[in-house]
Write a protein that binds this ligand. Sequence first.
Ligand code: UDP
Length: 310
Amino acid sequence: MRKNKILITGGAGFIGSHLCQRLLNENYFVICLDNFITGNLANIKPFLKNKNFRLEIKNVSNYIDVPGKLDYILHCASLASPTDYLDFPIQTLKVGSLGTHNALGLAKKKKAIFMLFSTSEVYGDPLVHPQKETYWGHVNPIGVRGCYDESKRFAEALTMAYHRVHKLNTKIVRIFNTYGPRMRHNDGRVVPNFIDQALKNQPLTVYGKGNQTRSFCYIDDLVDGLLNLMNSKENLPVNLGNPDEFTIMELVDLILKLTGSRSKKVFKKLPQDDPQKRRPDITRAKKILGWKPVVPLEEGLKRTISWFKS
Ligand code: UDP
């Protein structure tokens, strides 16, 4: 029987490479497309000798094509760390808009199931808490995060238009803060930053007073949810994330405890438009996908710290 063939844009990134691994284990033929702007060859190196894996070094923001049939396209490519999209705002806007258009066009040609990797950032600095999929958000379009937030909002609109007009079978996942092995040491996001600083006994950089909150999901939990959604009948957006909410100061203290680090804390200016709080309402994911995260923050951090050490 022919294997299901799947294209993952951004497949060499943090989430993309975990998905490649899981889908290879589940007997899919995986094509990983990446331009390595933030992806890392080391993440996918072990798969290069697998006969069910192919790497295409390409930018999804330019025209893309692959020969033969395609059953799924997972459009995961994006700059996802605030420091990355501050450094590359135009590439961020292009991958969310042009990249999504190209990926949808290919899905239409191949009659493939399409999944957009969207984000909790579509809710901006939310005025509703926790965030449900029915909330329309509170986004500053011209602020420094606008390049990410608005391109993902456009990407969702485009995906729904392809679903409605071309009857494409599309999925939209809104991913909340996720962490785990294979995040870059210089990624800029809070978990890799703090672990890296703690392991080097350097000061932990707390932005603002550290009373802003986030809810952190371990990568393996997220990947379970992504596979469930990919194979579901759902076409409307679904939040995936861990609803356990922590302040940034609570995260600092936990990472200091788990690493046994001698690091101090230093307080830095809060970045512009930094959301004050964030927590997913995962009622829909529980109901539609029968999914909920199972790895507690402390356990996930232990696994991530041990990967950073190695
Ligand atoms: N943050 C911090 N120190 C850091 C990096 C991030 O205090 O070294 C804070 C940041 O201001 C934000 C939260 O941690 O409130 C999460 O930031 P991250 O960059 O991980 O992503 P975000 O959730 O803002 O997209």
